[in-house]
Design a protein around this ligand. Structure first.
Ligand code: TXA
Ligand code: MG
Length: 339
């Protein structure tokens, strides 16, 4: 298993040169851990797909630290400048038309005429991009179709022997992947909900955002039918089945709670609050959606290890950040396709 490296001037220099030589480095971002490679090096990018077992038609996000470096590769219109100034650095990804002169590897874009860019806020991500001196392609650092990693240990457990270095900077703050907004269309379109809500984007733009997210049911469909392959329905899955909007428990089930469980019962007798901690995780006892988002993948990881026949999940209000949490829960609950 790759050893975890504490970020320091030395390890960042080492990670930067590893990336320039075509290596893979797992890096913390404020959303989830990313599996980074030099976006201009096709061989390095190919290693990302191999390590993740990712369908090669699923394009990657390129991470940079400045708007100028994006302008070298993509067309930025007024909307892009507005969103960049109000919401970057942060958990937002913009889909932009690619420039013909861009040196980003075509493998990053999976043949699409667009590029996905993000300027992350995490100081270690920023330092790593600067140390590498290259734009970094980085999907979430998990095997394709599995839960995104919010701790360095998640990365080590699932991809440990496939990455050259893991920069370990503790649990991530946001806990959910970035909001993806498509600006290659006349109306800005939400492709993936996140902590930055469609309302925030719409407010910043002073224009409506299309939020009619269309999920693609199968990953075996025609490539051309996939605008954003991240919309594959089955995407953020634990191994254990999920049962959503649970109001009570069946015997032998684990519980992912939200809010009070004082009065929640187990069918046939017993109380949810008496479950052991490997069977009971509470996203937020105080109904705090930010806390719930930060805990979601970590708690699903914990419950997934318990060997339960299913995980009952309590209702999460479908407003604000709850929309992004419900999006991930609905995807995780789909048992039909495994990407
Ligand atoms: O928070 C995040 O976004 C994390 C951190 C590491 O930055 N990254 C992440 O990457 O979640 P990934 O590869 O797991 O998800 C990228 C999403 C996918 O839904 C992908 O289909 C979409 O972005 N995407 C990338 N390029 C695209 C493009 N040109 N057009 C449409 N969608 C694109
Ligand atoms: Mg992912």
């Amino acid at each position: 298993m790759t050893t975890l490296h504490t970020p320091s001037a030395d390890t960042l220099t080492q990670a930067g040169s590893c990336l320039r030589q075509g290596g893979l480095v797992a890096m913390p971002t404020e959303t989830v851990y990313g599996l980074a490679a030099d976006a201009t090096n096709t061989q390095a990018v190919a290693r990302i797909f191999a390590a993740k077992g990712r369908p090669s038609f699923n394009p990657l996000i390129t991470h940079v630290t400045t708007l100028d470096s994006i302008a070298q590769h993509a067309h930025l219109d007024d909307r892009a400048h507005t969103l960049a100034h109000s919401l970057w650095p942060g958990p937002l990804t913009l889909i932009l038309p690619r420039k013909d002169t861009s040196t980003i590897s075509p493998l990053v874009t999976a043949g699409l005429p667009t590029l996905a860019f993000r300027i992350p806020a995490h100081p270690i991500a920023k330092a790593l991009i600067e140390a590498a001196g290259r734009p970094l392609a980085a999907p979430s650092a998990n095997p394709s179709g599995m839960l995104s990693p919010t701790t360095p240990l998640h990365v080590a457990e699932t991809l440990g022997n496939k990455v050259d270095m893991i920069l370990a900077a503790g649990a991530t703050d946001v806990g959910l992947e970035s909001t993806v907004i498509d600006l290659s269309t006349p109306t800005a379109t939400l492709l993936r909900p996140g902590t930055i809500t469609a309302e925030q984007v719409s407010q910043a733009l002073g224009a409506p955002v299309d939020t009619n997210i269309k999920h693609t049911k199968s990953n075996t469909g025609e490539h051309s039918s996939i605008t954003s392959p991240g919309q594959l329905l089955k995407h953020y899955a634990p191994r254990t089945a999920l049962r959503l909007n649970a109001i009570d428990l069946t015997p032998g089930e684990a519980l992912l709670a939200f809010g009070s469980i004082t009065f929640m019962g187990i069918q046939g007798g017993g109380a949810a609050k008496e479950l052991p901690s490997n069977a009971l995780q509470n996203l937020s006892e105080t109904h705090n959606l930010h806390e719930a988002a930060a805990n979601l993948f970590k708690m699903l990881h914990t419950l997934d290890k318990g060997g339960f026949h299913s995980i009952a999940v309590m209702n999460i209000p479908h407003t604000g950040l709850g929309i992004a949490i419900n999006d991930r829960l609905h995807r995780a609950a789909q048992q039909t396709e495994q990407t």
